[in-house]
Design a protein around this ligand. Structure first.
Ligand code: FMN
Length: 668
């Protein structure tokens, strides 16, 4: 039972109704740094949905803080009216609200505006690829004053708290780290000196805002950057931050440039809660534990076991604004969980696009996607219970239509049902757990193992037929694809194909690469075996690592483009490439498959030269094409009112299917 999550908690002078803090997210809904209606409606929905504390931002504290005009700003008094309007709305909806004071330092893009990129020392920043300018003592004082002025504006605008960012590798982290701080004055050298900039900033902000406003400090629990701070130093800094005036420590993972994944789906749920626990043992103020807490039961466990005092939920509330409300009302099964795909949130930030959500088609479009009951209830027959079909069925049924949802398989989920578990996307089952609950709640008639045919449509006489039959893998037009050693990646992932010791995957998109990883992992030890062997010190860490990554197959991927993983977003692509490398998978780009022969495959390279490599098995991952033969058959039979959605319309990603299903569900 979930109880602790709903207990009030105090952060300094502010009491929150529950222990869920929505942590800061750049959303790109704030043109010229201003609060927009889109921004306001987005957060109003999360406040209405019961989040105890909403932290917005990061908000740029001055010109050099971010360098991007679409980041929220608090750098001037002219932003106060918009921010006041915002806090009024959030307070009326019942949440407390904080703003994160953002200063990126070396990660700032202000160099593009001709401004010096401030940092403790001179180095080339990994993010901006521009050289930083070491801060003078005057710069240090000015930036600290900018923090204070920004905090005072927040107070005027009615915020309950401010959050100073000392995480993710931003300016305060750069001062803390010996990697980026090479100063020889009072702000560099010993750890005590490196802490000085951050602690002075916290102290000055505290003095500025007084004791009637809360001060949160967000720290990196471990930088996860070689040569930088570990969880040991972060505990010391957290303690010092408390002594400097922090009312709460918000603990996240490492830096943006860390090569340890921070928010991708391979990070287990609550994977960094242990960092919060370490800090909680060292401070007496409340501690927020973050990262991949996407489920109220996981959150409850973190709180109940005393690992943290609050949970930070960012994408979980992007995916479902009513995360808290539904959990409180015993409707946890109705929560759309974040599955950490990052496809429409973090990837959109990288592309300077407004943030959305793969599983929630309404995220960031709260007002324009409002819908009411259907004017005229219809009977809708849906063929295919993948993401498009399920989303359509739920939306249409919620609006009062009578919906019959059929699938020729004995389960809902389409490709995701087998594709996700086979490719390490452990949380993707949540997508369909949600649909199962909602299909049942809104009375959708589910017919599994039931293929929709022209006969069935003629018998059922629905008002509308929706074809959501998904996609089929592309088959190249060469005879050899029928040979017994040639398989589709889809069959491999479904466990339907036996593969030899030497495997060549054709196609270096996400499907091909993830299939290659699943093949390269054959023969490695399981997580449970690893845990057991590590627990008992049965093997050395080096041996365990080898057992974990070295499988029994030699896997090669050939791709005709010049780049692998073109269809994978920037937040996840590097993680995928890293795993391919760790598993010793050979990647060949600019390689066009020409022929498959017994025991080998022939490809041409970019110069047109023919190259032959051994291949006991060839796995095809050459994309997919819409599977819409039903739509064609219905058209031939003269059946009207047929709509085609999802991959059956255009092969795409889950988010496209969900969006298409939702749009049609609202339209009918
Ligand atoms: C689109 C996006 C933007 C983010 N922007 C910020 C930010 O401005 N400041 C910050 O401290 N964290 C930022 N984060 C990190 C989140 O606050 C959070 O720590 C992270 O997403 C992990 O938590 P989650 O698994 O609950 O999403 C951002 C995350 C996302 C997905």
């Amino acid at each position: 039972m979930i109880t602790r999550l709903f207990e009030p908690v105090s952060i300094g002078p502010v009491t929150l109704a529950n222990r869920v803090a929505m942590t800061a997210m750049h959303l790109n809904y704030t043109p010229n740094g201003e609060v927009s209606d889109q921004f306001l409606n987005f957060y109003a929905a999360r406040a209405r949905g019961g989040a105890g504390l909403i932290i917005i931002g990061g908000a740029a504290i001055d010109d050099q803080a971010s360098g991007a005009d679409f980041f929220l700003s608090i750098q001037d008094d002219r932003f106060i009216p918009g921010l006041s309007r915002f806090t009024d709305v959030i307070h009326k909806e019942g949440s407390k609200v904080a703003v994160q004071l953002y200063m990126a330092g070396a990660y700032s893009f202000c160099g593009l505006k001709g401004l010096p990129i401030p940092a403790p020392s001179e180095f080339t920043a990994l993010f901006t690829r521009q050289k930083t300018t070491p801060m003078t003592l005057e710069d240090i004082d000015r930036i600290q004053q900018d923090f204070v002025q920004a905090a005072l504006r927040a107070k005027k605008a009615g915020f309950d708290a401010v959050e100073v960012i000392a995480s993710a590798g931003y300016l305060i982290c750069q001062f803390l780290s010996p990697k980026t701080n090479k100063r020889e004055d009072d702000y560099g050298g010993s750890f005590e000196n490196r802490m000085r900039f951050g602690l002075e900033t916290i102290r000055r902000v505290r003095e500025g805002i007084g004791s009637d406003m809360a001060l949160i400090v967000r720290v990196a629990g471990n930088d996860f950057v070689p040569g930088s701070l570990t969880n040991k130093e972060s505990r010391v800094f957290a303690r010092a931050a408390q002594e400097a005036g922090a009312d709460c420590i918000n603990v996240t993972g490492g830096w943006h440039e860390s090569r340890v994944p921070q928010i991708t789906f391979d990070l287990p749920q609550a994977g960094y809660a242990y960092l919060a626990r370490g800090i909680k043992e060292n401070v007496s103020v409340p501690v927020i534990g973050c990262n991949r807490i996407n489920d109220p039961f996981v959150a409850e466990e973190v709180l109940k076991e005393g690992i943290a005092d609050l949970v930070g939920v960012a994408r979980g509330l992007l995916a479902d604004p009513e995360f808290v409300k539904k959990a409180r009302e015993g409707r946890a099964d109705e929560i759309r969980r974040c599955v950490a795909c990052n496809q429409r949130c973090f990837d959109h930030v990288f592309r300077a696009m407004p943030v959305g959500c793969m599983v929630n088609p309404r995220a960031g479009k709260e007002l324009q996607t409002e819908f009411g009951p259907a004017k005229e209830p219809k009977k809708i027959l849906v063929a295919g219970a993948g993401p498009a079909g399920c989303e359509l069925a739920v939306t249409a049924a919620l609006r009062g239509h009578k919906v019959v949802l059929c699938d020729k398989e004995d389960h809902i989920g389409g490709q995701v049902h087998w594709g996700a578990p086979a490719t390490g996307k452990h949380d993707f089952h949540y997508i369909f757990d949600y649909y199962k609950a909602m299909l049942s709640k809104y009375g959708v008639e589910l017919r599994m193992g039931a293929e929709v045919t022209v006969d069935l449509v003629q018998k059922e006489k629905p008002d509308v037929v929706v074809v959501a039959t998904g996609a089929a893998p592309f088959k190249p037009p060469i005879d050899a694809v029928e040979a017994s050693n040639v398989h589709q990646a889809w069959d491999v992932l479904q466990g339907k194909a036996d593969t030899g010791a030497n495997v060549v995957v054709v196609g270096g998109g996400s499907v091909g690469l993830e299939t290659a990883i699943s093949l390269a992992a054959k023969g490695t030890i399981s997580p449970e075996q690893l845990y057991f062997l590590a627990l008992h010190n049965a093997e050395s860490p080096e041996v365990l690592r080898d057992l974990m990554v070295k499988g029994v197959k030699k896997v090669t991927v050939i791709e005709m483009q010049k780049r692998m993983a073109q269809d994978v977003g920037p937040s996840t692509r590097w993680v995928l490439l890293k795993e391919l490398e760790m598993r010793g998978i050979t990647l060949i780009t600019g390689a066009r498959m020409k022929e498959i022969e017994q025991g080998k495959i022939v490809y041409t390279d970019l110069e047109g030269k023919e190259i032959t490599i051994p291949a006991d098995s060839v796995i095809l991952a050459m994309g997919s094409r819409p599977e819409n033969s039903l739509a064609k058959a219905l058209e031939t039979a003269g059946i009207k009112n047929v709509r085609v959605i999802g991959d059956a319309n255009k092969a795409g990603r889950i988010g496209d299917a969900v969006e298409g299903g939702f749009a049609l569900g609202c339209e009918l």
